[in-house]
Ligand binder design. Structure first.
Ligand SMILES: Nc1nc2c(c(=O)[nH]1)N[C@H]1C(S)=C(S)[C@@H](COP(=O)(O)O)O[C@H]1N2
Ligand SMILES: [Mo]
Length: 199
């Protein structure tokens, strides 16, 4: 059993659980306003530069889970596709193309924003967005789209699944109490990327 599952990390699929997903043959189309659009296979992604970041996924629904997430920094993806000068946002599209979301380019280029495929060295299972998902610890979890099939570079933010249902597009993490999934305790977060608890 994966560590995420062992800890009882909530599993969110607003669009419905996708069922079994195969890493073999999985592809992520990278396009939009770029010089060099490309399609990356799961295997191809594994061969690109990898970062391991110790950071937390924190949901507006009231939980936060920390660990060492491994994946391709989105900043490295930028270098491959060469976004055009007017790009301001990056859109993620999940399997089935019902769940989408966008983040500002500035946040996409930060060091802990990943196209993630591992947690604690274990491949991500479909429940938690395997084979590849976005991991963006700087914003509420609804920006961390799971089981991603497309990444699009855009000149504006396109409201996605939760943004069209009233969730703020900015998704700034606000001070509140959350369940720390790792310890099972309720803790207070200070706002912004969760790097520590206040009490
Ligand atoms: N495709 C898809 N991605 C998604 C979601 C979803 O419902 N569908 N939920 C989001 C929300 S609100 C959160 S908090 C995290 C939760 O990740 P987890 O299900 O791996 O715990 O995934 C995000 N990515
Ligand atoms: Mo969430």
């Amino acid at each position: 059993m994966s560590q995420l599952k062992e800890m009882g990390t909530p599993i969110f699929w607003a669009e419905g659980h996708p069922g079994p997903l195969q890493a073999d043959g999985w592809e992520v189309a990278v396009g939009g306003l770029v010089e060099k659009a490309t399609t990356l296979s799961y295997r191809g992604i594994l061969e690109l530069p990898k970062a391991v970041v110790d950071a937390r996924l924190t949901s507006v629904s009231g939980f936060s889970v920390g660990g060492k997430w491994g994946g391709l920094p989105l900043n490295e993806l930028l270098a491959i596709v060469e976004p055009k000068p007017d790009v301001s946002h990056v859109q993620f599209v999940s399997h089935r193309k019902i769940y989408t979301t966008c983040i500002p380019l500035e946040i996409a280029t930060r060091e802990r924003t990943l196209l993630a495929y591992e947690l604690e060295g274990e491949s991500l299972e479909p429940d938690y967005g395997g084979p590849v998902r976005i991991f963006c610890p700087y914003l509420w979890g609804y920006k961390s789209a799971k089981s991603v099939v497309a990444v699009n570079f855009l000149d504006r933010s396109v409201p996605g699944y939760w943004e069209t249902r009233g969730y703020p597009d900015q998704a700034h993490i606000k001070p509140r109490r959350v369940l720390d999934v790792n310890s099972g305790e309720w803790r207070r977060i200070p706002g912004g990327e969760v790097t520590e608890f206040v009490d």
